[in-house]
Write a protein that binds this ligand. Structure first.
Ligand code: GH3
Ligand code: MG
Ligand code: MG
Ligand code: MG
Length: 293
């Protein structure tokens, strides 16, 4: 796990770097508050931070305050390092958003247990987030998470000339599979189907379970032609090989509907999904194992 150490005193940084890496943490260093804040705001920035209070420019308190105000998605656990341990200073630090504080000069063993407590919080938060956003059966995003993501992509796209596409995929005659082989077999097929179709997506695409055996892919910066290529990979991933299960080989195909927003400007999520759903319906009417735009 990455830990940010922000301190303007090089000796203090060296010592912290030394002990933290000895305890298995990957240490990222900042010599001032401005740099510290920039590092914490990075998308893959550290989730744990040890911040010196007194730093030139932006101090540790300001960093805490700004990070809490930033409305970041992930939680950053921040420990304030301070030589001022009077109650009013501790209260000010915690009010600014610090999770904990350690008196300077610190004792290594105390630093170790306090950082470990922070790590527990960070681990719990990540596990909670995973459970809140992932579908339990398939491991892909759940309905709420994929729709959130789509909403954000729509908002982001409005500021770029890029195209955004969505793919609705629904397994064909899935009820028949459940009726013939049982629901547990159906579950296995659904799991394998999501894996195969996820593998057909591009790196920045997102995939979620919209409901039942209806899946939704969000493809940023992707025009209808690009979406068609991805959809064809998804379709053939199912049609080309049956799914081996504990209940025998089960053949299953998928029907796909595509919709895109191509011009800059406003787009509403409901309208886009409605169009993709209409295309999916058309694909079913065309005899299934089919893609419609
Ligand atoms: P169509 O080709 O028209 O899509 O036919 P279909 O049988 O797939 O019809 P529909 O999409 O309406 O039915 C979906 C079925 O998928 C109904 C439901 O019992 C089943 N299903 C939904 N979620 C799950 C699941 O998590 N596990 C299993 N085993 N079955 C599911
Ligand atoms: Mg200092
Ligand atoms: Mg179906
Ligand atoms: Mg369905």
């Amino acid at each position: 796990m990455k830990v940010l150490v922000a301190d303007d005193d090089p000796i203090s940084v060296l010592y912290l770097q030394d002990v933290l890496s000895e305890w298995g943490y990957q240490v990222v260093v900042a010599a001032d508050g401005l740099t510290a804040e920039a590092i914490l705001r990075q998308a893959d920035g550290p989730l744990l931070a040890v911040l010196d209070w007194m730093m030139p420019g932006r101090d540790g308190i300001d960093v805490c305050h700004n990070i809490r105000q930033a409305g970041m998605e992930r939680y950053v656990y921040m420990i304030m390092l301070t030589s001022r341990t009077e109650t009013e200073f501790i209260v000010a630090a915690m009010n600014a958003g610090a999770d904990d504080y350690i008196a300077k000069p610190f004792i290594a063993e105390e630093m170790r247990v306090r950082v470990r407590a922070g790590r527990r919080i960070v681990d719990l938060e990540q596990e909670l987030r995973r459970q809140a956003t992932r579908d339990a059966l398939t491991g892909i995003f759940n309905r709420g998470a994929i729709l959130d993501l789509l909403q954000k992509e729509i908002a982001r796209r409005a500021r770029t000339p890029e195209c955004l596409s969505v793919i609705f995929a629904d397994l064909d005659h899935f009820k028949r599979i459940n009726d013939t082989y049982g629901h547990l077999a159906g579950d296995e097929v659904l799991r394998e189907a999501t894996q195969r179709m996820a593998a057909a997506l591009r790196t920045y695409d997102a995939f979620g379970r919209y409901g039942g055996e209806e899946l939704l892919a969000v493809l940023p910066d992707c025009d209808p032609e690009g979406a068609l290529i991805v959809a064809e990979r998804m379709r053939s991933a199912m049609a080309d090989a049956s799914v081996p299960t504990a209940y025998g080989e089960i053949a299953v195909t998928v029907s796909i509907g595509i919709a895109s927003v191509s011009h800059a400007g406003a787009a509403d999520m409901t309208g886009l999904l409605h169009r993709a759903d209409g295309a999916l319906y058309a694909a079913k009417l065309r005899g299934r194992n089919f893609i419609a735009v």
